[in-house]
Design a protein around this ligand. Structure first.
Ligand code: PMP
Length: 396
């Protein structure tokens, strides 16, 4: 394809997306991503960020980041396996293992590449992965990269998982069999049925992999979904991000020492991509220290989540079956959902719409992510705007 035909191809496809209203115009946030954000000069109540505990703008993390930057500089200077492993990276990994109650941990540059690294670092074409149908895109891509056979099971359907696990085991076709699930599903806020998943894994002798991007810092006294269910020594891979509740950037695997040692020699982003900046690492260490020493932020997050849920429910909105502070407001029709989100924005609430194909057809929703940093006054204002727009659009 010449560059002229490439340009033609791109233009036609972009025009097609724009014509169908599917081209996502990206908002630019002017300033920090806190409980209030400024977009196009307008200050809005922010209900769309993963900064669950408000740590992205916490003074203690900022100070730790500045201090480490003064000591180590702005960059790590190399990939981890050459000489980019600074003592501060090792400290973070030791801290993560302690936080997650595992023997060891390995840190990556993001949660996304952590899934690519960890799944393809262990699974190969002789293996099979049983994956919840609603797992995150980075899990799906990590599975594809591994070349293992992928079998999707119906969302949180333990009968379906059990029968697919039995079939895979009894076929005798595969070397390794792994079950992969999100810990908390971010579209609906529901929690994976980990006790049953672990039982099935133990019954058929399978590997377990839990991506707890949305559970860490939120459940299990901050340690996440696996700890919440008391399963710390029965799950093989505990994945987390350092970008959501921790408020910074990065991803990690926590597990047995041999697993982590293997990933250090076999997972490609660890071998071939430069290590995370020292400033970010120091901020992550500070955040984990805060979480291990106090539950105040988690308590505040849950209090705010419960408050918003109760308020929306009392107004007559359908808020689904969330078991965490993530609060969907289910509208149904795709176009109406997008209009609702835009109208909320006009009135002062930033809550993004999520529609097909990210969620099943007819289940369009505006997703709310309250955080520990929101005040009651902000949430009350958001609820008043929800009421006004909901009534004007005849949703409630
Ligand atoms: N896993 C899950 C379940 C996620 O929701 C996300 C972020 N959307 C990621 C992984 C990727 O994490 P990060 O943003 O740190 O790359």
């Amino acid at each position: 394809m010449s560059s002229e035909t490439l340009n033609q191809f791109l233009k036609e496809n972009l025009d097609d997306l724009k014509g169908k209203g599917l081209y996502n115009v990206i908002d630019t946030v002017e300033g920090s991503n806190g409980p209030m954000i400024t977009i196009a000069g307008r200050e809005l109540i922010n209900l769309s960020s993963n900064n669950y505990l408000g740590l992205a703008t916490d003074r203690r993390l900022i100070e730790a980041c500045l201090e480490a930057t003064k000591t180590y500089g702005v960059g790590a200077g190399a990939v981890r396996t050459i000489n980019g492993t600074l003592d501060i990276h090792v400290k973070l990994e030791e801290k993560l293992a302690e936080f997650k109650h595992t023997e060891a941990a390995i840190a990556y540059q993001s949660g996304f590449n952590c899934n690519m690294a960890a799944i393809s670092g262990v699974m190969d074409k002789h293996d099979v992965i049983l994956s919840d149908e609603l797992n995150h895109a980075s899990i799906i891509d990590g599975c594809r990269l591994s070349k293992a056979k992928i079998i999707r099971y119906n969302h949180s359907d333990m009968e379906d998982l059990r029968s697919k696990a039995r079939e895979a085991k009894e076929s005798g076709l595969y070397n390794k069999i792994m079950i992969i699930t999100d810990g908390v599903f971010s579209m609906d806020g529901d929690i994976a049925k980990l006790p049953e998943i672990v039982e099935i894994a133990e019954e058929f002798d399978l590997i377990t992999y839990v991506d707890d991007a949305h559970g860490s810092g939120v459940l299990g006294n901050g340690a996440g979904t696996v700890k919440h269910f008391g399963l710390s020594d029965r799950v093989d891979f505990q994945i987390g991000t350092l970008s959501k509740a921790i408020g910074v950037v990065g991803g990690y695997v926590a597990g047995k020492k041999d697993l982590i040692d293997w990933l250090k020699v076999r997972s490609r982003p660890f071998l071939f991509s430069t290590a995370v900046t020292p400033g970010a690492v120091a901020a992550c260490i500070e955040a984990i220290d805060i979480l291990m020493n106090s539950s105040d932020l988690q308590n505040k997050l849950w209090e705010n989540g419960d408050y918003l849920k109760k308020g929306l429910k009392e107004l007559g909105f359908d808020i689904g079956e969330s078991e965490t502070p993530i609060t969907p407001c289910i509208i149904g029709d795709e176009v109406k959902t997008q209009q609702f989100s835009k109208w909320l924005n006009k009135e002062g609430v930033y809550a993004k719409s999520i529609v097909f194909p990210t969620v099943p057809k007819g289940t369009g929703r505006v997703r709310n992510m309250p955080t520990a940093a929101h005040t009651k006054e902000m949430l009350d204002r958001a609820l008043a705007i929800y009421e006004k727009v909901g009534k004007e659009m005849s949703i409630i």
